[in-house]
Design a protein around this ligand. Sequence first.
Ligand code: CAA
Length: 259
Amino acid sequence: MSYTYIEVTKQIKPYIGLIRLNRPKELNALCLGLMDELVLAFRDLDSDSEIRCIVITGNERAFAAGADIKEMAGKTSTDMLQVDQFSKWEAIKNVKKPIIAAVSGFALGGGCELTMLCDMIVASESAQFGQPEIKIGVIPGAGGTQRLTRAIGKARAMELVLTGRFISAQEAYDAGLITRVVPVELYLEEALSLAQKVAAMAPIAAQLAKESVNAAFNSHLDEGLRLERKNFYLLFATEDQTEGMEAFVEKRPPLWKGR
Ligand code: CAA
C-alpha cells in the first residue's frame, strides 16, 4: 500500500510494524486524509499475523500538533457532524494489538489525544504534551477531556484543558501520562525495544491483556466521549471558534466576543 501522509514499515524489527506520521511542514497536523491513511495502516497491521506490536511516531520536532486547524477553520457545526472525523478515532481505539507511541517534540490537541489512544508512550526529553484547543475557541474533541482526566486526575487535567499549558515529558511522566522519558536520540530505539519485549510474549495473551486493562480504564468513557463530541461540534456554532481559527491562520492574537 502506498501512502501520502504517513510511512509504514512492516518488520522494522521482527514482528514490529512502524507507522511514521509524515507531514513535517505542518508539524504532522492530523488532516482528514492523514487520519484515513492511519486507519488503513492500523487495520492492515492489526490483521497481519506477522505483526505483534505497532509503534507510531512522528519526527524529532513534532509527533503531531493536533487536528488540522486550517482544514477546520471555515466549518460549521453541521459540516463537522457530517464529516464525522471521530469515527476514525474509534477505529484506532479498536485495534487489538498493543500500540506504542514514540513521541518527540509537540504532541498537542489531537496529537496528544492520539498518544493517549496508544497503550504506552515513550517520549524524548524534548516532548511537550498539551490540549491547547481552548486557545482557538474550542475544546478537545478526540477524547482529551476524558482520557487526560483518567490518566492524570481532574485537578491537573482541568488546568491543562482550561489554560492550554504545555507540559514537558518529565512533567507528563511524573503525572502518570507516559511510560518512559529518554534522551532525544533514543526515543524511537527505546520504543522499538519495548515493542520487541511485548512481541516476545504470547500474542493472544498480549491482545487480551490490552483489552482487559482498557476495560478498567474505559468504564463510562463512551458516555463522556459522546458528551465531549457534542460540545466540540456545538462550538463550531460560535463566533469565537471562527475567530480563534482565523486568528491562528492569520498569525495574530484572537479577539474573543463570548458568543
Ligand atoms: N493545524 C494546521 N497547521 C498547523 C497546526 C495545526 N494544528 N499546527 C501547526 N501548523 C502549521 C503552522 O500553521 C505552520 O504553517 P505555515 O508555515 O504554513 O505558517 C507550521 O505548521 C509550523 O508551525 P508554527 O510556525 O506555528 O511553529 P512554531 O514552532 O512557532 O509553533 C506550535 C508550534 C506551538 C505547535 C504552533 O504551531 C501551534 O500552536 N499549533 C497549533 C496547536 C493546536 O492548537 N492544536 C490543537 C488543534 S485542534 C484539535 O486538535 C481538536 C481535536 O481535539 C481533535
